[in-house]
Design a protein around this ligand. Structure first.
Ligand SMILES: *[C@@H]1O[C@H](CO)[C@@H](O)[C@H](O)[C@H]1NC(C)=O
Ligand SMILES: *[C@@H]1O[C@H](CO)[C@@H](O)[C@H](O)[C@H]1NC(C)=O
Length: 345
């Protein structure tokens, strides 16, 4: 322990050159059994027996080596990477946390008169006005497409029926909580093996979506068995185009947006800072993932970023969120046309 801390300190004092800093950060990444036990203490994975413990340690060592390479290749970036709950998962298991596709949507935006006019601003976050539901956890099911879509719908409910959920002093009385399981079980061609945002939005538009309590999440491909009444429908959804400044204005006037990306391997180790994948890190067709964008910060003098809500629980990233670089069209990681707005009014 002592030598590890000393190395970090030395790394910092070696000074202004990046490699000194990176050496310190790398020295703090412990890929030995001690590091594994630290990981187990922090993230508390439940291993059935010693054989699984040993198997997970071997996966941990491979991932830890990958993490060190990533830290090295991202030196100079403001982003920090480190141990996450995925340290003991195989590539296949990590890929199961994705499974989302977003095909091109050609529907044009509805007349802007139906949307709230807001003045453009350098920093905006729908969380600040209590219009974002809590971070959810899709668990071991490729249902990001259902969670990303549902996050946008839940924000629509908050924005358009605020007093149903948020009382005096901005205190939540309850949260809108819509059923991802209904989408996983009922949207044709989609399930825990992956799904399509457009198919999910079509389903919600045509059939409506149950609440979580009426159709709870089962993390599985259970049979489709929706409740018939009291469902929430979306009225429209549309593609927001490719100009990030224009998209920021649509986020302001409409609400959180749905985002489709190809995830690079470094994403699973993201801890904090502005994430800006290196060119070529993401591969079209690999690890398709869907999340919701709830805000942005393009304040001059700082690194501009989008504020993205993931569905991997609150232990991932910054309380479940990630700041992704704004201005480079998601670092070439965008899927197809990539971003969709929804409206329930
Ligand atoms: C808002 O809440 C009221 C009362 O619960 C309900 O009747 C109405 O349908 C809701 N509107 C929307 C847009 O959800
Ligand atoms: C937005 O970015 C600016 C510039 O980097 C920073 O000073 C500010 O703290 C950021 N706002 C929030 C709420 O994080």
């Amino acid at each position: 322990m002592f030598s590890k801390e000393l190395l970090i300190v030395l790394g910092l004092f070696v000074g202004s050159c990046h490699s000194g800093l990176v050496d310190g950060v790398l020295a703090a990444i412990d890929c030995t059994l001690v590091g594994f036990l630290n990981f187990v203490t922090e993230f508390n994975p439940n291993y059935a027996n010693q054989a699984e413990h040993d198997y997970r340690f071997s996966i941990f060592q491979q991932n830890c080596a990958e993490l060190k390479q990533i830290i090295q290749s991202y030196q100079g970036s403001s982003c920090t990477f480190g141990f996450t709950k995925f340290m003991d998962r195989t590539k296949e298991e990590k890929a199961r946390m994705t499974g989302g596709l977003m095909n091109p949507v050609n529907t044009p935006a509805p007349a802007s008169s139906t949307r709230t006019k807001r003045q453009s601003q350098a920093y905006f976050d729908w969380r600040n006005s209590n219009n974002v539901s809590p971070v959810r956890d899709q668990g071991n099911c490729g249902s990001c497409w259902a969670f990303g879509s549902t996050a946008a719908v839940e924000s629509q409910l908050l924005i358009h029926n605020h007093s149903n959920y948020v009382g005096l002093l901005g205190l939540y009385m309850n949260y809108p909580d819509q059923s991802e399981q209904e989408l996983v079980s009922c949207v044709s061609g989609s399930n825990c093996g992956g799904g399509n945002v457009n198919a999910a939005l079509n389903y919600i538009k045509n059939n409506g979506q149950d609440t979580e309590s009426s159709y709870p999440y089962a993390t599985s491909n259970s049979a489709c068995n929706p409740v018939a009444s009291g469902k929430t429908k979306i009225i429209s959804y549309w593609n927001v185009g490719t100009s990030e400044v224009n998209i920021a204005n649509q986020l302001l006037s409409t609400g959180p947006l749905i985002l489709g990306l190809w995830l690079p391997p470094s994403f699973w180790y993201y801890k904090s800072g502005v994430y800006q994948p290196n060119a070529g890190d993401c591969v079209a067709g690999t690890n398709g993932h869907v999340m919701a964008v709830v805000g942005y910060n393009v304040t001059s003098g700082g690194t501009p970023y989008w504020i993205v809500k993931n569905s991997w629980g609150t232990s991932f990233g910054q309380s479940g969120y990630i700041n992704w670089y704004f201005g480079n069209w998601f670092s070439g990681c965008i899927q197809f046309q990539g971003m969709t707005a929804v409206s329930t009014v």
